[in-house]
Design a protein around this ligand. Structure first.
Ligand SMILES: [Fe+2]
Length: 328
């Protein structure tokens, strides 16, 4: 019985005809002349090859997306000297980091090596634009020690993101206020600007740093920290102004206000970018034309959006994590 079944299978798998030199009776009886080597028709070989190649590519791609690219951090360099209406000294280095997303998917060991890479660039100032955690702080002492490495390098200024507490986070198992994260950051020496500003001097260059609350958390209160726009070009600032706003879509409610260069994160660059098409289907922003990089907006205003250090859901594809060094 088994012999008959296997013979039928062999027959159907070959050319849908008997093998050369064998009759159907010889196949069924298992006897006959010497059995020739089976040759698959081209269409079936192509099909099997395609299935095998597809399965292999999917496995390698999934491994790369989960275990390699989320930790394949790069440092990018951009020139920002022309982004301000008032003069700024050349040779200054500002580090822009964002979206550390400390969590089970973004472990402290990875964040520690990322911070080591960041401080190796020897910046004059560090700007961090929110989402320090994904949902909750796990081991606040360890996180504080990591963040202390940044503040031991140079002054660090931060704004908060939607994951750092508030109305959006409370609806998604996060903190219902920003108190816990602000306390952690303050204890590490990081200055949090929540609808506040501060003037600092860096190597004899005076600059102003303004920070606003998060858009999705409904904490964005620009009227507390920025002047309204006067005319199409705004006024000339006395000194360069950096505006920290986690979500790049904040530019829409900030349209009426006067600013030069806004630093944002939030998008993670889209995390998954379709090669050749530059299509980023999961970027969580309304304006898909501003997902990463240094871009001019509405004439004379500028935005820099960094892809961030961490991620959500532990995956990245064609979108490496980023530390951005902005140089004048
Ligand atoms: Fe984020």
């Amino acid at each position: 019985m088994l012999k008959k079944e296997s013979a039928r299978f062999i027959k159907s798998f070959w050319n849908d005809s008997n093998p050369p030199g064998m009759t159907e009776g010889q196949i069924n009886s298992g006897r006959g002349t010497e059995c020739p080597k089976p040759v698959l028709p081209k269409s079936r070989r192509w099909l099997i090859g395609s299935i095998f190649s597809g399965a292999l590519a999917s496995t390698v791609g999934a491994w790369y997306t989960k275990y390699f690219e989320p930790y394949n951090l790069e440092i990018t360099h951009k020139k920002i000297g022309l982004c301000f209406r008032s003069p700024i000294a050349s040779g200054l280095k500002f580090l822009h980091i964002s979206d550390l997303h400390a969590s089970g998917e973004v472990p402290y060991a990875y964040l520690s090596s990322a911070i080591d890479m960041a401080i190796d660039t020897q910046p004059d100032l560090i700007f961090a634009t929110g989402d320090f955690i994904t949902w909750r702080v796990e081991d606040s002492d360890q996180y504080r020690k990591l963040l202390n490495k940044l503040t031991a390098c140079c002054p660090v200024y931060a704004c908060l993101g939607n994951h750092d507490g508030g109305s959006w986070a409370s609806r998604h198992d996060g903190y219902d206020s920003t108190h816990a994260i602000k306390s952690l950051l303050n204890s590490a020496g990081i200055k949090v600007l929540e609808n506040e500003s501060e003037i600092v001097t860096v190597r004899q260059q005076s600059i102003e740093i303004a920070g606003v609350g998060d858009l999705w958390a409904k904490d964005l209160r620009p009227e507390l920290v920025l002047p309204r726009m006067e005319g199409d070009l705004g006024k000339n600032w006395e000194r360069p102004l950096f505006l920290l706003a986690h979500n790049p879509d904040s530019k829409i409610p900030l349209y009426e206000y006067d600013w030069d260069l806004m630093l944002s994160g939030h998008t993670h660059g889209g995390q998954l970018v379709i090669p050749f098409l530059d299509y980023r289907p999961f970027a969580p922003v309304f304006d898909k034309s501003h997902i990463e990089g240094l871009r001019q907006w509405e004439g004379r205003r500028w935005m820099h959006i960094t892809r961030g250090i961490g991620n959500r859901h532990g995956v990245r594809f064609n979108c490496r994590p980023e530390i951005s060094l902005l140089e004048t």
